[in-house]
Design a protein around this ligand. Structure first.
Ligand code: SF4
Ligand code: SF4
Ligand code: SF4
Ligand code: FES
Length: 958
């Protein structure tokens, strides 16, 4: 099992947060000299010296509150007994933490708490891991003089409404750590202390059950609670953990670090790691609670094969599956040529797995037909940032946002898709940073508790380039550009060309007002705000990239950042918020058909030579097929074999009917996944995948941070994913003999200049590393382009706005745009198999009241949604979050068929699909669409074929 296991113990808690000051202060605590920084509390200074002052209301993730009076100390020369958590250190201070008087007071305080606390420690789920219990011991409380007969809260009812945690008010000591965690850490403000004195109690929203309140189930309050009042249900069921391993969340691109706290091979809790550089001890509902999919009964644990997709599956050994797959693939190549097969890597898999799949394709398949799901999300980011700044990645770390004065959020919805980063961003906004939101919808950030956008630019879908150009136009026309920065850091010829272009009247806010729907004055005001502050930071998401001009918008954003000098230091930058956990990594690892690892073009003979030598083959110089080209070639009968690792193209890719036509045209499709996903229903070979808990490797998050993924349980199907790829390579006659993913990382480091300093040993030492990590930056690179851009001079690119071909018409008068929701993740294969379904059990269609009324649609009606590509039916939600003329849905449930409607329009440079703009009509209907009926039929058939393979065992698969 894992050698990384550590015996379970609660993470150290220094009582109050670390101070930001650099100035040192010296004091003595119980005669010990301690040096800390100015602003540190006495409580923390003592903890630094290894002296634990009793405390209850203080914890180092929250500002001190000073309510419990347990942490009192004596300070020489000071009156009374100050609370050490709210008292800051001073030079020469002499602190005494123990004396008979202090001991008396502390015992009295504890006595009062315990007199209104059920005495059920032995049967309490947190017995042995409870701060109240620890403090009773620490102050030497042996008896409670008041007895237990007075007024108490023992009859208060438990709130079990949240599927993941229980609130037991009988154990509450009203320390308000939960309330402060919800406010300061999460930024949701769902909790309050209701009432006064004895009647005071914790209340969610308007004293509602947690599930019905504004609570987003992040778990920060549960983590902060020092008693068993707020407790994870898994802990109640399984008991206290025995050991833990540090690993990384397998959901979104924030890449939160966790302690997987275990009992044997079972996860008891996923506890956000306080030392995690991306999350600093916070998490969202997915990472903390939604891990049950990993052991869900739908997991397929045995390799399977079949000749055609209408035959029952046949369970086989791994070796039989490898031999079958290899025979099929080689047979196809003999019959149709070497280029008739390819592979798709996954942004959900580790760097090592992704690297191995592209190596398999290039070295064992003998072509460059490898692509990744990043094709359909952030490929324009890679193109646009490389073309302007010289590197296909975001420029900052997440912490940089804490120095931003203006934050621009464009085409992203961080509170749903990148929740932990959104909490950090909201903290900065509460500190006074300004906010500009550019999005067709009024996302939560536009107005939520204690956060309000200074400007919301609700542009029509498809007009990003026009808006970003107009903002730059104002900057240049009003002389707000950073002239010195441009002169020193940018290519001046390119700048002059761009300047001439951007000053053209067609790029003015007034000229684009009608096209974008955003008042010119709002654009002007937003531009002035962004350009007028010392630090302006831009964060963007798929609402920028998934357009026919996705790459152009990314370049437009880079132009704007260069023009205002907002690059190369903390607090600024161009920051793509990557959707899945390893989008950055899958791109870094050479998943694109034209690029080897490290974004080096396959046509470069020097680069190929390096790989040829290491891999013992000759790599082709021509780029291979992109995913859409593979599908087109399959439909044309020229492409016949595909290996898909951890992706569900039948659900996630646009124009579903075209995709499924392509998949049904293949003679051999190998799918490697945890579940029989939509794509696997068209497969001939199924390699059962391993979840993030069952393997070793690394993920790279949106800030280029490489973080360890560590095995906490044996793979349910016997092999880690990289081992399956290796098995297939060997069966194809191409030898791979890695014994651990660390050897794969060593090979990546040997071949990739930005990774030369990366190793598992360094990851263990530093916790995580932001690439580039090499001789020049041995501990990694938090901020890129500091002295100069990676490409030398920053290159302004002319970015003319070209309206998408996907225009509204009389037949399709509305624009559909798609997105995500907090509780679900991507195609939902994981989150639909958890209690997260409670928050989102179907995809719905958001429609503005005006558009709904025109069509006679009422809330909850079934609505037929029709585009040029296809038709599906969704339930209506009527809301002003969308503007008139725009409808919105998510794509987390396969039967909703959101991608039946999206078209095959795509980004001109990268083929990234234009998910965000589809002209549609919506009308009230009473039955599901034809596609949905066919889908249901096909799904039933495939489930039956799976059931028959399982030798009659009673299994259900959704
Ligand atoms: S629920 Fe826990 S954290 Fe909140 S006030 Fe009660 S004891 Fe304190
Ligand atoms: S789970 Fe998160 S959002 Fe819900 S009450 Fe607790 S801290 Fe607030
Ligand atoms: S924010 Fe993202 S990485 Fe962090 S816990 Fe949530 S899903 Fe996981
Ligand atoms: S820990 Fe200082 S007053 Fe509670």
């Amino acid at each position: 099992m894992s050698t990384d296991f550590k015996p379970y113990q609660r993470a150290d808690d220094f009582g109050t947060p670390v101070s930001a000051s650099n100035r040192e202060v010296k004091l003595t605590v119980d005669g010990e000299e301690v040096t800390v920084t100015e602003g540190t509390s006495v409580l923390r200074a003592a903890a630094v010296a290894g002296i634990n002052i009793p405390k209850l209301c203080a914890t180092d993730s929250l500002a001190a509150f000073g309510s419990c009076r347990l942490c009192l100390v004596e300070i020489e020369g000071a009156k009374g007994l100050p609370a050490s958590c709210t008292t800051e250190v001073r030079d020469g201070m002499k602190v005494r933490t123990q004396s008979p008087r202090l001991a008396d007071i502390r015992r009295n305080v504890m006595e009062l708490y315990i007199s209104d606390h059920p005495l059920d420690c032995l049967t309490c789920p947190t017995n042995g891991d409870c701060e109240l219990q620890d403090m009773a011991g620490a102050v030497g409380l042996r008896e409670v003089r008041y007895g237990y007969d007075g007024a108490n809260h023992f009859d208060a009812e438990k709130d079990k409404s949240n599927p993941y945690f229980t609130f037991d008010p009988t154990k509450c000591i009203v320390c308000s750590r939960c309330v402060r965690a919800c406010e300061d850490v999460q930024g949701t403000y769902a909790l309050t202390i209701d009432g006064r004195g004895f009647a005071s109690k914790v209340a969610a929203s308007q004293d509602q059950p947690f599930l019905d309140s504004e609570c987003v189930s992040c778990g920060a309050c549960v983590q902060a609670c020092p008693t068993a009042t707020l407790t994870e249900n898994t802990l109640i069921e399984k008991g206290t953990p025995e050991h833990y391993v540090i690993t990384t969340c397998a959901y979104c691109g924030v890449g939160c670090s966790f302690r997987a706290e275990m009992k044997g091979q079972e996860v008891v809790k996923m506890m956000p790691n306080k030392d995690g550089h991306a999350n600093h001890g916070h998490s969202c509902v997915k990472g903390r609670f939604a891990f049950g999919y990993a052991t869900h009964k739908d997991r397929i644990k045995t390799p399977m094969i079949r000749e055609t997709i209408h035959e029952p599956w046949c369970e086989v050994t791994w070796d039989e599956a490898f031999t079958f797959a290899a025979r099929k693939l080689r047979g196809i190549q003999e019959k149709y040529g070497r280029d008739a097969i390819g592979g798709i890597t996954s942004s959900r898999c580790t760097n090592e797995e992704t690297y191995l799949v592209q190596k398999l394709v290039r070295a064992a398949f003998g072509n460059n037909n490898v692509d990744t799901c990043a094709r359909v999300c952030h490929s324009p980011t890679g193109y646009g940032l490389k073309a302007t700044l010289g590197e296909s990645a975001g420029t900052q770390n997440f912490d940089s946002v804490m120095k931003a004065d203006v934050i621009v959020v464009m085409g992203a919805n961080p509170t749903d898709a990148h929740p932990v980063f959104a909490s950090q961003m909201k903290r900065r906004l509460r500190e006074g940073a300004k906010l500009i939101v550019i999005d067709p919808r009024a996302i939560d950030l536009v107005r939520s508790a204690h956060v309000e956008a200074d400007y919301h630019l609700p542009l029509k879908p498809g007009t990003n380039v026009a808006i970003i150009n107009a903002i730059s136009h104002v900057v240049v026309a009003e002389g707000l550009e950073a002239k010195e920065f441009i002169e020193q850091r940018c290519d001046l010829d390119a700048y002059e060309d761009w300047r001439k272009f951007i000053l053209d009247e067609r790029n003015s806010p007034e000229a684009i007002e009608e096209e974008t729907g955003v008042p010119a004055e709002t654009v002007r005001a937003a531009a002035r705000l962004y350009a007028s502050v010392p630090n302006g930071a831009i964060y963007y998401g798929l609402g920028v990239s998934e357009h026919s001009q996705g790459s152009t918008t990314v370049m437009g954003i880079a132009n704007l950042a260069m023009a205002t000098g907002n690059l190369g230091r903390e607090g600024v930058g161009v920051n793509p918020l990557r959707g899945q956990n390893n989008v950055q990594g899958s791109c870094d690892m050479g998943s694109f058909p034209h690029e080897l690892p490290g974004y080096r073009h396959v046509s470069d003979p020097k680069v190929r030579e390096m790989f040829d030598k290491e891999w013992g083959v000759e790599i082709g110089a021509d780029p291979g097929l992109r995913i859409p080209n593979m599908f087109d070639a399959a439909v044309a009968g020229e492409f016949k074999g595909l290996y898909v690792q951890g992706e569900d193209v039948a659900q996630s890719d646009p124009d579903t009917q075209h995709v499924t036509h392509a998949l049904s045209s293949l003679e051999c499709m190998i799918v490697q996944d945890l579940f029989l996903n939509e794509t696997a229903k068209f497969a001939h070979v199924f390699f059962p995948g391993s979840s993030f808990l069952e393997k070793n490797g690394t993920f790279t998050n949106a800030e280029r941070r490489i973080s360890p993924v560590r095995k906490v349980m044996e793979p349910l199907a016997g092999l880690e994913d990289w081992q399956a790829t290796q098995g297939l390579a060997n069966a194809l006659g191409y030898p791979m003999n890695y014994s651990h993913p660390r050897e794969i990382m060593d090979e990546i480091a040997r071949l990739t200049p930005t990774f030369t300093g990366v190793s598992y040993a360094k990851l263990d030492e530093l916790g995580s590393i932001q690439w580039p990590c090499n001789d020049k930056a041995q501990a990694g690179t938090p901020t890129m382009h500091v002295e100069e851009f990676v490409r030398g001079k920053g290159l302004f690119r002319v970015t003319p706005y070209v309206p998408t071909d996907e225009r509204t018409s009389r037949k399709y008068p509305l624009l559909l745009t798609t997105g995500r929701i907090l509780s679900q993740y991507n195609v939902g294969a994981q989150t639909r198999r958890t209690e997260n379904l409670k928050w989102h059990d179907e995809d719905v269609l958001e429609i503005h009241p005006h558009d709904a009324e025109q069509r006679g649609i009422e809330a909850g009606d079934w609505v037929g949604l029709q585009s040029r590509a296809g038709e599906t039916v969704l339930r209506a939600v009527i809301t002003e979050r969308v503007t008139p003329g725009v409808v919105y849905t998510t794509f987390h449930h396969p039967e909703s068929g959101a991608n039946v409607v999206t078209t095959d329009n795509s980004d001109w440079a990268t083929n990234c699909p234009e998910y965000k703009v589809t002209a549609v009509q919506a009308h009230k209907v009473t039955k599901m669409s034809e596609w949905q009926r066919n889908f249901e039929e096909f799904t039933e058939e495939q489930i039956d074929l799976l059931r028959r393979a399982r030798t009659g065992a009673e299994q259900t698969v959704d």
